[in-house]
Design a protein around this ligand. Structure first.
Ligand SMILES: NC(=O)c1ccc[n+]([C@@H]2O[C@H](COP(=O)([O-])OP(=O)(O)OC[C@H]3O[C@@H](n4cnc5c(N)ncnc54)[C@H](O)[C@@H]3O)[C@@H](O)[C@H]2O)c1
Length: 267
């Protein structure tokens, strides 16, 4: 059901690791809708993930970049503009990783050097990405920048651990940088707050299955799948959302506005 919504647009997509990754589906939909894209991920993900498969399928290039490295980001955006033949119209930050979660450290027993690394990878990388794009003047007017987030930034989900603060920081960067990118370049910046989704990052959270099922029951429309998230990203990259900026946009089947759903209680 392609509608050429992104015809003539160029973009960079971070975070496609395997076919379950949300970024994987976004990349597929963007190309389906007529965009030209460059894929990127951390060097280690290029070795262990399947991103090259995706690139071959979509006839695109992969440029390695550790999103915490300003040097890598500068190289990535400079080369992307060369490959795509011009400035970018959109970028997706679909990156998340917690060292403390990975090493099973609970929220009241965190290692702070790991916490700082988590914030760097999962949130500060978004600021670095935008600052690099701005410095290089790499985004066309009316361009659109997105990052993916989760509602644990605003409500307590105990097992989400230090990723909650990462997401709060990420959403705040979208608002603050959205101001600067807006006044300087007419570029919009938003975050999409997505339902629990079965991916490598998602299923790393303790008790993910039970939690996924709970959210699915709580949401009037059920959990939003990755494919629908990709549709929403396409809409946000398209010209139909030019005046939407500095927002945290829920894409969660209604979960965020629920208090209680009788379905959760089996009624
Ligand atoms: N899966 C969920 O339940 C869910 C829900 C809401 C939001 N999100 C968010 O969606 C985004 C994408 O995650 P996903 O669920 O598709 O999982 P995923 O594991 O497929 O994607 C995470 C990506 O981050 C990349 N990454 C990690 N460190 C990096 C670094 N230093 N530099 C560059 N890339 C790096 C990984 O290689 C991977 O591709 C994340 O921000 C995640 O927090 C996920």
């Amino acid at each position: 059901m392609a509608n050429n919504l992104l015809s003539g647009k160029k973009g960079v997509i971070f975070g496609a690791l395997d076919e379950q990754s949300i970024a994987w589906k976004v990349a597929e939909k963007c190309v389906e809708e007529g965009a030209q894209i460059v894929l990127t991920n951390a060097p280690v993900a290029l070795r262990f993930g399947k991103i090259q498969e995706l690139a071959a399928k979509l006839n695109t290039e992969v440029i390695a970049a550790d999103a915490t490295s300003e040097e890598d980001l500068e190289n990535l955006f400079t080369k992307s503009m060369e490959l795509l033949g011009g400035k970018l119209d959109f970028a997706l930050h679909s990156i998340g990783m917690s060292l403390n979660v990975r090493k099973n450290r609970g929220y009241t027993n965190l290692k702070y050097d790991w916490m700082q690394k988590t914030f760097d990878i999962s949130a500060i990388s978004f600021h670095k990405m935008m600052q690099t794009l701005l410095k290089l003047d790499a985004v066309n007017e009316w361009g659109s920048i997105l990052a993916l987030t989760y509602i644990a930034s605003q409500r307590v989900f105990p097992d989400y651990n230090e990723m909650a603060e990462s997401k709060a920081l990420l959403e705040s960067f979208a608002r603050s940088f959205g101001y600067h990118f807006g006044v300087q370049k007419k570029v919009r910046v938003n975050t999409i707050s997505q339902s629990p989704t079965w991916t490598t990052a998602g299923s790393g959270v303790k008790g993910f299955k039970e939690f996924f099922d709970y959210a699915d029951k709580m949401s009037p429309l059920g959990n939003a799948p990755a494919e629908s998230c990709a549709d929403y990203c396409v809409a946000m990259f398209s010209d139909f959302t030019r005046m939407v900026t500095m927002q945290n946009l829920y894409h969660d089947g209604g979960f965020s506005n629920m208090g209680m759903n009788p379905a959760v209680l089996g009624l």
